[in-house]
Design a protein. Structure first.
Length: 767
């Protein structure tokens, strides 16, 4: 706001030091809403209140639109607790959590609804930050919750969870010669069943295998392999093994002390260990009757621990040795399916919980797998499967089961991995996998014990090549993620940004112009690279006016409104204009603040991004609506200027004339009302400005109507449509006060306030 103009002759002639340019109060710059200072103390260009108007720029304060048609309405008796927007392929979807613990998918193009998970899936369904979701490229939607086995993968058709197979199947060899759909069989070490698959063929090779049924009943620790047969190409062979888990055999003796004085007829023996039958012999003596080597004549059976070793011989003493015992060896291997077309021996890989087993295959003249020999039985096995690869044209692929024990309150996909936070612990998947969290494949976990982490991580969000970890009272980031070595090990840098500022409000976090924005009980903060700064100081007068935020969890969205990117935070406040508690949208374009509401009482908001266009959506618990879509006369829009006191509040001023300029984008017959305010708010004057048509009056001020040549009345309007620029005033007003200001109120559906000006007269000094 600024002031300009001059007094007419005779005005203010008894006032000392009266400035010649103080004849107008002008309300048109619309810099930002400022509630931190009281109305007389804000800057001339700032707004004391701006609700339902958006400051697009100087001389352009535009009315905001209302919600569009509901995308989805919850079934009777259920409420919408959480929702977010993702893509499956080219299909944009909304994922919505209902109060019964079910999860629904809504196609945002067609509105069609598909159930992702049945009622009771989410144990504590609420929007209080205990659930999160993310996209794995556009292949899957990932969902996590703070409950046992609280991790799910949704591919648009099937839901994958602990107890099912995993959806990401790695094609290790596409094979050749496929002319039709092959048979893909799953073999496991557990009791799970029901999994089914289909293959994608390209030029005779298998380029992808997709589950059509994830199966069920698999338990933690089960192993699984795939076998591909038919389809016009060679069949993959199948090999089964049995394990002698109970047999413990002595495999060797290490001499730890050779002793001395042992004669040539000395013997060594074992005792204890739970087994029997082990026979040892002295393989070599050293100088002075020392025993330097012991061999195993009979390994015995049934040992559950290492037996003790002792030597006996007249005159000898001091011998000591330790025994190695092997358990869980591969006892037998047999050909379950001979396969076909083998031109060379395939590779047999034993997959299990032991180590060391080696199997040697032998093919026959017909190109079939004829036999398997156990070259090394290995040890430590309680379960094992054999993967057969190579040697013919058959395709091969690796499959995993969904992990057990994964859960959390926040998640993000970053550096081709899934990252899930559960309080102070973060787990991450192996590279390029949404389901494999095994450390043996490069997955892992870490728990923060840093003093700045009070409770736990609130949300994870990536931007600018970093993964930001925001906790309740701190902020850090991860960078430089690499996986290397055998077995693969993942390393990265974890750097703290701010040890004091964070948030417990997960849904307030957004990426905004490459920066991370979030709200907490003190205000809205932005992470500019390595610095976290509060940006909502202009809202300090309203931000925390509802004690404890009434137990409400603020949420946020980012939207393109009139082509401008805007951050919105839904927060309960006391409305300065009405004095009522409302859930208000606090809105920021990176420089200016203002507020708004919609005609539905919002309880949660979120963002959708399609082709770089951001749309905000909100729910009142019953339905999900796109925000700021349709011009509406339902919403009341209010803009208040500063209370001006120039030249000084010691002087009483009289408002004399009101002038203004607006631009109407639509005609709806709603008026623009301007109230002339003073410091007490009393004796206000309301002036109604017609929004579209001209009112004709005669020389005594009486209104009259025009009629056409058919004696029908009509209304005059600008350019025949009533839209466009409208300049009003001078309009006589009569407010008196030591401070004067203006409040503009309208329910016009679509207009821009360009300027209002107030001419003041009749100065008197209160000195």
């Amino acid at each position: 706001m600024s002031e300009q103009g001059s007094l007419s002759p005779g005005q203010g002639k008894n006032l000392p030091s009266f400035p010649e340019d103080a004849g107008l109060y002008i309300f048109e710059k619309f810099a930002t809403l400022n509630t931190k200072s009281l109305r007389p103390a804000i800057k001339d260009e700032e707004l004391s209140w701006c609700d339902g108007f958006m400051p697009i720029g100087p001389n352009n304060l535009r009315t905001l639109y209302d919600v569009g048609s509901a995308l989805y309405t919850a079934p009777a008796g259920k409420t919408i607790e959480y929702f977010n927007f993702w893509n499956l392929g080219s299909t944009p979807i909304c994922v919505a959590l209902l109060s019964d613990g079910s999860i629904q998918q809504i196609n945002t193009t067609t509105g069609s609804v598909t159930q992702i998970a049945p009622a009771g899936t989410i144990i504590n369904p609420s929007n209080l930050g205990g659930i999160d979701s993310a996209n794995w490229s556009s292949l899957y939607v990932l969902i996590c919750a703070q409950q046992t086995n609280g991790y799910w993968i949704w591919d648009g058709t099937a839901l994958y969870t602990a107890g099912t197979i995993a959806p990401d199947i790695d094609i290790t060899d596409g094979g050749s010669g496929y002319t039709s759909q092959p048979t893909i069989a799953l073999t496991t070490t557990g009791s799970g069943s029901g999994a089914a698959f289909t293959a994608t063929l390209n030029n005779g090779s298998i380029t992808a295998i997709k589950p059509t049924n994830p199966g069920s009943g698999f338990v933690d620790g089960d192993l699984a392999i795939l076998t591909v047969t038919g389809g016009g190409s060679d069949d993959q062979a199948a090999v089964t093994v049995t394990i002698d888990a109970a047999t413990g055999i002595v495999t060797g003796v290490i001499v730890t002390n050779p002793g001395s004085g042992y004669p040539a007829n000395s013997t060594v023996s074992t005792s204890g260990g739970g087994g029997s039958g082990c026979e040892l012999y002295i393989a070599a003596f050293g100088a002075n009757g020392s025993i330097i080597q012991v061999g195993v004549l009979n390994p015995g059976t049934g040992y559950t621990s290492a037996p003790s070793v002792a030597a006996s011989g007249v005159g000898g003493s001091g011998f000591a040795g330790s025994v190695s015992v092997q358990f869980g060896q591969i006892a037998s291997a047999s050909v379950a399916g001979a396969g076909s077309g083998y031109l060379a021996n395939p590779t047999l890989t034993v997959i299990g919980d032991g180590t060391g087993a080696v199997l040697t295959p032998q093919i026959d003249a017909t190109g079939a797998l004829a036999s398997v020999t156990i070259t090394n039985p290995g040890s430590g096995y309680t379960k094992a499967l054999v993967k057969v690869t190579g040697g013919n044209r058959a395709a091969s692929a690796d499959i995993n089961l969904m992990p057990f024990g994964i859960s959390g309150n926040a998640m993000e996909t970053y550096a081709s991995r899934v990252w899930i936070a559960n309080k102070a612990t973060i787990v991450f998947s192996a590279p390029a996998s949404a389901s494999d969290f095994a450390t043996s494949d490069g997955g892992g976990a870490f728990t923060s014990f840093d003093s700045f982490l009070n409770i736990g991580f609130t949300f994870l969000k990536q931007s600018n090549g970093f993964l930001y970890l925001v906790a309740d009272s701190s902020m850090s980031y991860i960078s430089g993620v690499t996986t290397s070595g055998t077995p693969p090990t993942t390393t990265f840098q974890n750097q703290n940004i701010d040890p004091q500022i964070g948030t417990p409000w997960h849904p307030t976090c957004q990426v905004f112009s490459r920066n991370i924005v979030f709200g907490n009980t003190l205000g809205v903060y932005v992470s500019y690279g390595g610095a976290v700064q509060k940006v909502s100081s202009p809202l300090d007068g309203i931000y925390n006016t509802v004690p404890g935020f009434a137990g409400f969890l603020p949420s946020s969205a980012v939207a393109n409104i009139f082509g401008i990117e805007v951050y919105l935070q839904l927060t309960p406040v006391i409305d300065t204009y009405t004095g009522q508690q409302v859930n208000k949208l606090l809105m920021w374009n990176g420089q200016q603040w203002w507020t708004s509401q919609q005609s539905v009482g919002l309880t949660y908001i979120a963002s959708q991004k399609i082709n770089s266009v951001l749309t905000a959506w909100g729910t009142n618990g019953s339905a999900i609506y796109p925000l700021f879509q349709n011009p509406s006369t339902t919403l009341e829009k209010v803009a208040q200027s500063k209370l001006f006191s120039t030249p000084h509040y010691l002087y009483t001023k009289t408002a004399a004339r009101l002038y203004g300029m607006v631009n109407f984008y639509q005609v709806d017959g709603e008026a623009v009302e301007v109230t002339i305010d003073n410091e007490s708010g009393s004796n206000s004057t309301d002036i109604a400005v017609a929004s579209a048509s001209f009112l004709w009056v005669n020389n005594v001020g009486a209104a009259f109507m025009w009629t056409n040549n058919s004696a029908q009345s009509f209304t005059w309007s600008r350019s025949g449509s009533g839209t466009g620029l409208s300049i009003f005033g001078p309009i006589a007003v009569g407010q008196v006060g030591r401070t004067l200001g203006m409040t503009v109120v309208t329910q016009t559906s679509d207009m821009a306030l360009i300027s209002t000006s107030l001419m003041k007269e009749d100065w008197s000094a209160n000195v």
